[in-house]
Design a protein around this ligand. Structure first.
Ligand SMILES: *Cc1c(COP(=O)(O)O)cnc(C)c1O
Length: 379
């Protein structure tokens, strides 16, 4: 690791213990409903091959990915009793691999139902799946007519035993929105067509609306990764820390310009540090002249534009010897949360998280032994 360390200009630290603690917090909040986990997009950028088995050790048995490739990436990290659900639907050409690995495609349209059924018949055995219905978000899922046509066909249930009927909420991050109750009511009508099948509505936000949204299974993602999903939820345990290395420190006189376009001009003599992180590392360019780095609780404002591989911060408020070239400063951690950065960048924590870490040294902490895992589940 030390060889890698010398060339790492930023470090992304992922705390698996915090992810497990967040999972247990959501799971106990929604009990007796079951709690799955969204691990799509490489577990929101944190590394699905580390995150998925950590969640499995915390008791999670249902994992949601977006694409077949993401299911293939994690399947060997999980126990045989884990189920992997592919949210974006049954991609044409993915049928055989889904069936061979026992993945559960989410059937989002009658065309997908037809292809999955066709394979079940060709194999002469039932192929289980998840059915999504559209309850008002107009994104993915069957409409009421299509859902009713399936429910009226007894051969469908024999070909494709449904493990789950689900829908997705458009406004779960805003508990006050009437759309939440409207979607729930619409979903109750549609799911009653498949009365014997377990149901699921809630993402992280939905888990903290009311118990009526828990149904049989919740599907949190962002809450597990340390972000409070809405105002009704408790704060989550922070999961990521991001630190960037100081490449160079310089003192500039009043009036000197900084960075591309010379957008920033020093208003007085300033001490500046150039950090080895930029927008190619997923650090948003929109933080130019607005965002912050931190050191020991002291804000270090970003000055000038964020470059591809670097950006400049103002150290003037610190004691002259507080930081040296080669030291790291905090970008995400105790002084600055994902929500803070998302706010400054004019986006959501999901987008910050999923873009981070492609070039950072990745440090995964909180690994757990099999014996500790057994104890943790027993608790
Ligand atoms: C991404 C996703 C989730 C998880 O959402 P969070 O807001 O991260 O909790 C759950 N269900 C579906 C269908 C999703 O696409």
């Amino acid at each position: 690791m030390s060889g890698h360390f010398k060339t790492a200009f930023s470090r992304l630290t992922v705390d698996l213990g915090a992810i497990r603690a967040n999972y247990r917090a959501v799971a106990s909040h929604v009990a007796p409903a079951a709690c799955g986990a969204a691990i799509k997009a490489d577990a929101y950028g944190l590394g699905a091959r580390d995150v998925a088995p950590a969640l499995y050790n915390a008791g999670c048995r249902v994992f949601f990915v977006a694409q077949l490739s993401e299911a293939l990436n994690v399947t060997d990290t999980l126990g045989k009793d884990a189920e992997i659900v592919i949210l974006n639907g049954l991609e044409p050409g993915a049928e055989a691999a889904c069936a061979a690995h026992g993945f559960l495609p989410v059937l989002n349209a009658l065309s997908q139902v037809a292809r999955w059924r066709g394979l079940a018949r060709a194999k002469g055995r039932p192929l289980p799946a998840v059915l999504q219905v559209d309850s008002g978000m107009s994104r993915l899922g069957l409409d009421a007519t299509a859902a009713a046509s399936l429910a009226a066909d007894p051969a469908f249930a024999r070909d494709v035993p449904l493990r789950l009927v689900m829908t997705h909420l458009a406004c779960a991050d805003e508990p006050g929105r009437a759309a939440n109750a409207e979607q729930r009511a619409r979903f109750q009508e549609l799911r009653s067509l498949f009365a014997a099948v377990p149901a699921s509505i809630a993402n992280s936000g939905g888990a903290f609306l009311s118990t009526a949204f828990h149904c049989d299974l919740v599907r949190p993602g962002i809450a597990l990764y340390g972000v409070q999903p809405n105002s009704r939820s408790a704060p989550m345990h922070p999961v990521v820390r991001l630190d960037a290395r100081i490449l160079q420190i310089r003192d500039v006189e009043a009036g000197v310009g900084v960075g591309y376009g010379l957008d920033y001009a020093a208003p007085s003599r300033r001490r500046l540090a150039t950090l080895g992180i930029g927008y190619a590392d997923g650090w948003p360019r929109s933080l130019g002249d607005t965002g912050s780095a931190w050191h020991a609780g002291q804000r270090l404002p970003i000055v000038g534009r964020v470059s591809m591989d670097s950006m400049t911060v103002d150290l003037t408020a610190l004691a002259p010897d507080a930081l040296a070239e080669g030291d790291f400063v905090e970008l995400l951690g105790p002084s600055q949360s994902l929500a803070d950065v998302a706010h400054d960048a004019g986006t959501i924590a999901y987008e910050i998280l999923t873009r981070l870490g492609t070039r950072s040294e990745r440090i995964v902490i909180g690994h757990q032994t099999a014996a500790a895992a057994t104890l943790e589940i027993a608790k």
